[in-house]
Design a protein around this ligand. Structure first.
Ligand SMILES: [Zn+2]
Length: 368
């Protein structure tokens, strides 16, 4: 059984391409569920370059980065700025190394934070739907929310090493844990960068000789942001909007309703003008930003309708039970449950579902 390969799954190519005036696309290899490369963009100016999302931590990526920079006539020392769109390892991996080797400043959103424990280091980035034919993976974890009595209650068991819905927590693979531990030892520095220049929505950054506006886009992660260059009509999208897959929206978030935050961020981004070209963190540049935002919203609205239909059928049911009706068996597990939980919580906050904690710690939902 073969399915057409999504562009986000394509292997990293060696060639460096100029995708806009003073903006180079360098593809770095990653092997994550549903993803074959991450785009690191170099924004050139008279002082050298800023790089956006410099790949995974570790020696292999660092070597590739040096090769890609050399192809563009750049050295590590020329990199004066690193921009990290959000707190996932395939986006911030090279940041600490640039800070150390070239003294680069590191820019991320002021809410940048990565994980709470060793068990959070393997982050799925794309929706379970997009992973349907792929291997299982771990999930994203975060601290419990303390927003109001209702949202606080469902999240309680997370403190006892269980997910907010009472399931088994996601676990990274042994291989991934070892790889990151090695990167830290060998590099002699934390692979999570120190953010020298935290930014917030509305801030303006001078990159590639022109002004870029910071657009805070919580949803995929709380600290996700995009950059808009109105002069050239460019939009650096990170993982907020990808060309053919939908980013993973995890229920394990500090927010009571991460899906609502994502909807709101998509609305805001769809309205941004002028945008001639979108530069995503995975896949090829594309031009229809508003259409893509609306298509992703429609996908989630359809999923919410399916969750409600499942609820009418099942009655009061666990998150696991909902997820096993929402997803095919090959996708079952903590990641599918996390996405299902995000959708159920969205319905609950909207008044379209009720949650109840059973004595065994599991959370049950009934949809209207
Ligand atoms: Zn990513």
């Amino acid at each position: 059984m073969s399915r057409p390969r999504k562009q986000e799954q394509e292997s990293a190519r060696e060639e460096v391409t100029e995708v806009a005036d003073g903006v180079l696309r360098m593809e770095l290899p990653i092997r994550m569920p549903g993803l074959g490369h991450v785009n690191c963009y170099a924004l050139l100016d008279e002082r050298g370059a800023a790089v956006v999302d410099p790949g995974l931590p570790g020696a292999a990526t660092w070597k590739t980065l040096q090769q890609r920079l050399a192809r563009a006539g750049l050295r590590v020392k020329d990199v004066h700025t690193v921009v990290v769109t959000h707190s996932h390892p395939d986006h911030f991996g090279g940041a600490s190394r640039f800070a150390k080797e070239s003294g680069a400043r590191v820019i991320a959103h002021r809410s940048f934070r990565f994980g709470v424990a060793e068990a959070t280091h393997e982050q799925p980035e794309v929706s379970v739907d997009d992973l349907a034919a792929q291997a299982q993976s771990g999930g994203q974890s975060d601290e419990p929310s303390a927003r109001g009595p209702v949202s606080h209650a469902p999240r309680e068991p997370w403190r006892q090493g269980r997910t907010p819905w009472g399931g088994e927590p996601p676990r990274p693979s042994f291989k991934m844990r070892m790889r990151w531990r090695m990167a830290r030892w060998l590099g002699g520095l934390s692979f999570v960068p120190r953010i020298s220049d935290p930014v917030a929505g509305g801030d303006v950054l001078r990159l590639a000789g022109r002004d870029w506006f910071v657009v805070h886009t919580p949803g995929h992660t709380e600290d996700h942001f995009c950059l808009h260059d109105p002069e050239e009509g460019l939009f650096l999208a990170g993982d907020h909007v990808l060309p053919t897959i939908t980013p993973h929206i995890s229920g394990l978030s500090l927010r009571a309703d991460p899906l609502a935050a994502y909807f709101e961020s998509l609305d805001r981004v769809a309205a941004i003008q002028p945008v001639e070209k979108v530069l995503p963190a995975h896949g090829h540049p594309f031009d229809d930003l508003g259409d893509r935002c609306r298509a992703i919203q429609k996908h989630h609205v359809e999923r919410l309708e399916r969750v409600k239909a499942i609820g009418r059928d099942l009655g009061l049911a666990s998150v696991e039970a909902f997820s096993q009706r929402l997803f095919q068996q090959r996708s079952w597990g903590s990641m599918a449950e996390s996405e299902t939980f995000a959708h159920l919580e969205h319905l609950r906050v909207q008044g379209q579902a009720e949650a109840r904690r059973e004595s065994d710690g599991r959370l049950f939902y009934a949809t209207g």
